[in-house]
Design a protein. Structure first.
Length: 447
């Protein structure tokens, strides 16, 4: 609890960080032209997407079997990892057998979840992030703070100082200069590396198509140039057919960045000569989540980050405050369910329950309802102090009996007048919240 509070207070005190989060999230929301100009079409797409994801997840074992068969029929080798360690070991074995000591990586939240970069570094394999945002935070020694925009917390000034310190680039806040420098620096890595690692936005089971969405072209270079491509795919990423894919794609970019469509879209279906493709299906807690009827809907998530962009709590406390790979409302639910470390049970309480996340979700996950449900389950498991239980019983009795409520209210007014100061502190709440002084007359006494 103290670590969580410390991180939150640290972020709240950083005015530059607050500005970066606010500008980036509001910009993404404001750019969603389809939602703003065609609301009926937007809601129709959301409803279709909800039905697609519901059908897919409810029949997940069937679709996974079809996906494996389709991939194998196209000479794409499949692997199954029950947890993060198995996934890391599969990757290591593939690289070790081929004597590969350096890989290029496309942006992948799943590999962040698996802590793949740290693992590869420990076994002597260099993993180079090629997404601009991931490249920046890798050089800064940090973790992503957003699902789709990993360096959202960095300003142009922060990046300029970083490149000056790391690479000796003369200080400049010109975004074109900074981007061009990173592009040139990464170019040789693409051409010389023998393996590329990626995630997958979707995997179409109908025809074994691995789908990758991006804006920079780095993913296409990462997976097409090296002779070995290893794709990590969460088991929930399967999509039944191309018609379903088209609907999800129409929602993904507007929800993530406000674009009508991403800059690049790749579908990998065939293995080219002198090339290997391996797909690693990763469970890592997803099967347990699938069996949990209360929260199975979380597997509908397409990792667009829309709930983060619309969440007032995320906009203020930032991504790193959540403590794991997935921040924001979706992270406040996934982290306790999938990681479940001490302190994770507090994350669902990092929400105002305003419902903005639910309204923004393109696949209609009822996020604020699930947050409330998880809060209830968390509190139900906790032992109640005797004084707390007695207080709740007294409060209930007071509220159910009008005469008793009136008598208690008048007594409370007398006692509150004895406390000095302009504002009255609220027990068990933070220091910034207070009761106002009671009015001279109660409302019922006004004529």
């Amino acid at each position: 609890m103290s670590q969580l509070k410390a991180k939150i207070h640290e972020t709240l005190k950083n005015e530059s960080l607050q500005k970066n989060y606010y500008q980036a999230t509001h910009s993404a929301v404001a750019k969603n032209r389809i939602r703003a100009q065609e609301p009926e079409r937007w809601e129709s797409l959301r409803q279709d997407a909800y039905q697609i994801r519901k059908k897919t997840i409810e029949n997940l074992p069937i679709f996974l079997e079809k996906a494996e068969a389709s991939l194998n029929a196209r000479n794409i080798e499949t692997h199954w990892a029950i947890n993060a360690e198995e996934a890391r070991q599969i990757c290591y074995k593939l690289l070790q057998e081929r004597g590969i000591r350096q890989v290029v990586k496309a942006k992948s939240m799943l590999t962040e979840e698996l802590e793949l970069n740290d693992f590869l570094e420990k076994v002597g394999i260099r993993a180079l992030e090629t997404d601009l945002g991931e490249f920046i935070i890798q050089e800064a020694g940090e973790k992503p703070s957003h699902i789709t925009a990993p360096a959202i917390h960095k300003s142009a000034s922060d990046i300029a100082h970083l490149f000056e310190e790391k690479f000796g680039l003369p200080y400049t806040e010109d975004e074109r200069v900074l981007t061009e420098f990173a592009r040139q620096k990464l170019r040789d890595d693409f051409l010389q590396t023998e393996a590329g690692i990626s995630g997958a936005n979707f995997l179409v089971t109908e025809d074994a198509a691995l789908c990758l969405v991006e804006n920079e072209g780095n993913i296409r270079l990462s997976v097409s140039i090296p002779p070995l491509h290893i794709a990590f795919v969460g088991i929930e990423k399967v999509v039944p057919d191309y018609a379903s894919l088209a609907i999800l794609l129409e929602l993904l970019a507007p929800s993530a960045t406000g674009q009508d469509f991403p800059g690049y879209f790749s579908m990998i279906r065939n293995v080219e000569p002198n090339k290997e493709i391996h797909v690693v299906f990763v469970d890592n807690g997803r099967s347990d989540l699938w069996q949990n009827q209360d929260f199975r809907e979380l597997l509908h998530c397409i990792r667009c980050g829309a709930c983060l962009n619309s969440c007032p709590v995320y906009q203020h406390v930032g991504g790193h405050s959540y403590g794991w790979t997935y921040p924001g409302p979706i992270g406040a639910l996934l982290t306790p369910l999938m990681r479940n470390k001490p302190g994770d049970e507090l994350l669902p309480f990092m929400s105002t329950l305003c419902g903005a996340c639910t309204n923004a979700c393109p696949v209609k996950i009822p996020l604020h309802h699930l947050l409330l449900k998880m809060r209830h389950q968390t509190k139900s498991r906790q032992a109640k102090p005797p004084l707390f239980s007695a207080g709740i019983k007294a409060f209930t009795k007071t509220m159910l009996h009008p005469r008793f409520y009136s008598a208690v209210s008048r007594m409370a007014r007398i006692l509150l007048k004895l406390i000095p100061g302009e504002n009255l502190p609220i027990p068990c709440m933070n220091k910034l919240r207070h009761f106002a002084r009671p009015a001279k007359k109660m409302y019922r006494d006004l004529k």
